[in-house]
Design a protein around this ligand. Structure first.
Ligand SMILES: Cc1cc2nc3c(=O)[nH]c(=O)nc-3n(C[C@H](O)[C@H](O)[C@H](O)COP(=O)(O)O)c2cc1C
Length: 177
C-alpha cells in the first residue's frame, strides 16, 4: 500500500484478531517511528513493546476503556523524555510531546501499510502505567497503542461527523474565521 492510500484508509482499530504479528511487520512499524524527524534531532521518544499477557492485562486496567489493550497481540507504549526538549512552542507551551506525536503518526501509517490496525489511546491513568512498566521520573507516557491484525470490522466506530471541509480549516493570508 502506498503512503497516500495509507493516509486515506487509516481508521482507528479497536478490535483485534488473536494472531501474532509477523516479526518483520513489527520491525517495519518500529522503523517508521525511529526515522521520524524531531527538534534538533533529539529523538526524545522511547517505545516499550509489550507482548507479555500479564503486563497487557495490567495496562488494560490502567485504561477506562482498556479492551483493545488487553486484546491486541502487541501494545506499544510511547514516551517522551522531557529533559531532551526544554523548549516551548512560541514561549508559552511545553513542546516535549510534539516529537513523539510525529513519530506515532509515522508508526500508525506504517502499520496501515502493513495491513495492521492501531489506535491511539490517551485516556489512561499515568501512575498505573508508570508502575506496570517501571518508568522513571521525567519520562512521560503519551500514548498507548494497541497493534494487531484487525478483527472483521476492527471495532471501528462510524465517523460521527467525518472531517471538516477545507474551508473550515484552511485560510490564506490571514486568520479568517
Ligand atoms: C491524539 C489522539 C488521541 C486519541 N485518543 C484516543 C483515545 O484515548 N481513545 C480512543 O478510543 N481513541 C482515541 N483517538 C482516536 C480518535 O478518537 C479518532 O481518530 C477519531 O475519533 C476520528 O475517528 P475516524 O478516523 O474513524 O474518523 C485518538 C486520536 C488522536 C489523534
Amino acid at each position: 500500500m502506498d503512503l497516500n492510500e495509507a493516509i486515506r484508509s487509516y481508521r482507528p482499530c479497536r478490535a483485534f484478531k488473536p494472531q501474532p504479528i509477523p516479526s518483520e511487520k513489527l520491525r517495519a512499524v518500529l522503523a517508521a517511528a525511529r526515522l521520524a524527524p524531531s527538534q534538533g534531532n533529539m529523538q526524545p521518544w522511547r517505545f516499550v513493546v509489550v507482548q507479555d499477557d500479564e503486563r497487557k492485562r495490567l495496562l488494560a486496567q490502567a485504561c477506562p476503556k482498556g479492551k483493545p489493550v488487553a486484546e491486541a497481540p502487541i501494545v506499544i507504549v510511547a514516551f517522551s523524555v522531557e529533559e531532551d526538549i526544554p523548549v516551548t512552542i512560541g514561549g508559552y507551551m511545553s513542546a516535549y510531546p510534539l516529537d513523539v506525536a510525529v513519530a506515532i503518526g509515522h508508526l500508525q501509517l506504517a502499520a496501515t501499510a502493513e495491513g495492521l490496525g492501531t489506535s491511539w489511546i490517551v485516556d489512561f491513568h499515568a501512575d498505573k502505567v508508570r508502575t506496570v512498566l517501571g518508568v522513571p521520573e521525567g519520562i512521560h507516557p503519551l500514548a498507548i497503542i494497541p497493534l494487531g491484525i484487525p478483527a472483521e470490522n476492527g471495532g471501528t466506530l462510524a465517523p460521527a461527523e467525518g472531517r471538516k471541509s477545507p474551508d473550515e480549516i484552511i485560510a490564506y493570508n490571514q486568520f479568517a474565521w
